[in-house]
Design a binder for this molecule. Structure first.
Ligand code: AMP
Ligand code: ZN
Length: 447
């Protein structure tokens, strides 16, 4: 059966055909690490984790190369570092470790790679130089700007005309811009800000060029799938396309996927409303990570999803029922996921239909099929007994979470936040994990 995906670029559901079946490439814009992930931020990594699993099933584990970047230089990070009077790395190391911990709790597989913006500055500079040489970008007052009118296809992904775009980007009017739609590739840094030497003086990159440079470095000039939340379509992805196409002469990605937004009790999540719900808050309230994952997959990824108590209760009850069936039943998973589950997911990642197929397998007492189908969704992976008896309302601790906690503890120690480091050690101890600090770092074992 064909795998079909809705492509934002063509606004149609298309059959997915990779350029090279032996190296299927996928990139998802990752977090800016200056605060903890909220539940909306968890939606893209979870839904595209299902896509990653589906592609690995179809093309083989080693054939799929998935990169999810870490944005570790950004004005919001600078502001946080300044407020706390610490170097930016203290902030970014800490929040990256926390992000990985949250993702592990949601059973998100680590992508093949997680490139960091700060270790790709030379590649960004090289790309900007190409853009200047090609006449697509210009230097002005220590800034380098991409000149939007040089790329006639600009606006194609977001389907916007020029006026919409200028209004939508809330573009800064700056005297050095040739065109109001022009956007920053490089900007100058004052001495108190992080900066790197460049042909245009000491400065730092704009956000969009980071992704273009990291994609080019690790996945190539042209990739199969590029994904992210729908708010990234414009301007971020539109700008990535303009930069990459003009620098390389190749199309950046063939399939563009975007997830819909998550609201809380029917309201938009926002700082001003004060209803930002962190993944860690939900976990600390005793909701197992797997319940969160199930709830995130209960709606189709392109649809809006409302997060509320009923959704959590319903997800928990369903998992209780499924684990209840598996409890005490010593069944190995079937060698492959049942057709109904695969077909649902291969139809533009129809996770609600796949979950309905799991319910049907449960009704039919096809437990081997249930386990194999659930694995493709990253569900029902823990021991059923542990689900009911494990710590924290059923969420047992796994190796990925332990590793992530150890990384978080190391970051805390480095930041001389010994209270947090000790707390993590104690929490792991309570979960039955003993840590041992040595010259090579920290190792762990079950106590
Ligand atoms: P940010 O840190 O704001 O760049 O967001 C990281 C990712 O989360 C991006 O892919 C966003 O599109 C996505 N995102 C942010 N808020 C929401 C939300 N409420 N619902 C779904 N996705 C979101
Ligand atoms: Zn990006």
């Amino acid at each position: 059966m064909a795998l079909t995906l809705y492509n934002t670029l063509t606004r149609t559901k298309e059959e997915f055909v990779p350029a090279n079946e032996k190296r299927v490439t996928m990139y998802v814009c990752g977090p800016t690490v200056y605060s903890r992930a909220h539940i909306g931020n968890a939606r893209p990594p979870v839904v595209f984790d299902v896509l990653f699993r589906l592609l690995r099933r179809r093309y083989g584990e080693d054939a799929v190369v998935y990169a999810r970047n870490i944005t570790d230089v950004d004005d919001k990070i600078n502001a946080a570092a300044r407020a706390q009077q610490v170097p930016i790395k203290t902030i970014t190391d800490k929040f990256e470790a926390l992000y990985l911990e949250d993702m592990a709790a949601l059973n998100v597989i680590r992508p093949t790679m997680d490139p960091h913006a700060t270790t790709h500055i030379p590649q960004m500079i090289e790309m900007i130089q190409r853009l200047i040489q090609g006449g697509f970008a210009y230097e002005a007052e220590g800034h380098v700007l991409f000149n939007v009118p040089t790329y006639p296809d600009y606006g194609r992904l977001s389907n916007r005309n020029r006026d919409d775009m200028i209004a939508g980007a809330r573009v800064e009017v700056a005297p050095y811009k040739r065109d109001p739609a022009d956007f920053v590739l490089w900007k100058p840094s004052t001495d108190d800000l992080p900066g790197w030497d460049s042909p245009w003086g000491r400065g730092r990159p704009g956000w969009h060029i980071e992704c273009s440079a990291m994609i080019r470095t690790h996945l190539g000039d042209s990739i199969d799938i590029h994904a992210g939340g729908q708010d990234l379509i414009f301007p971020h992805h539109e700008n990535e396309i303009a930069q990459s196409v003009c620098a390389t002469g190749k199309r950046l990605a063939r399939y563009w996927l975007h997830n819909g937004f998550l609201s809380i009790d029917s309201e938009k999540m926002s700082k001003s409303i004060g209803n930002i719900l962190l993944v860690s808050d939900i976990l600390e309230n005793g909701v197992p990570g797997e319940v969160i994952r199930f709830a995130l997959l209960s709606a189709h990824y392109r649809q809006p999803l409302d997060w509320n108590d009923q959704l959590i209760d319903q997800s928990k009850r369903t998992l209780d029922r499924l684990y209840g069936l598996l409890r005490g039943a010593d069944v190995a998973p079937a060698p492959d996921a049942p057709a109904a589950v695969v077909e649902a997911l291969e139809d533009d990642l129809n996770t609600p239909l796949a979950l309905a197929a799991l319910a049907k397998l449960a009704d039919e007492r096809d437990l081997a099929g249930l386990k194999a189908g659930a694995a493709l969704l990253g569900l029902l992976q823990q021991d059923a007994e542990q689900w009911f008896t494990g710590a924290r309302a059923g969420a047992g601790i796994d190796a990925a979470t332990i590793e992530a906690r150890i990384a978080e503890r190391a970051a805390a120690k480095k930041a001389r936040d010994f209270a947090t480091a000790d707390r993590i050690r104690d929490e792991l101890k309570a979960a039955g994990v003993a840590l041992e600090d040595g010259p090579q770092g920290t190792t762990w074992k079950w106590a």
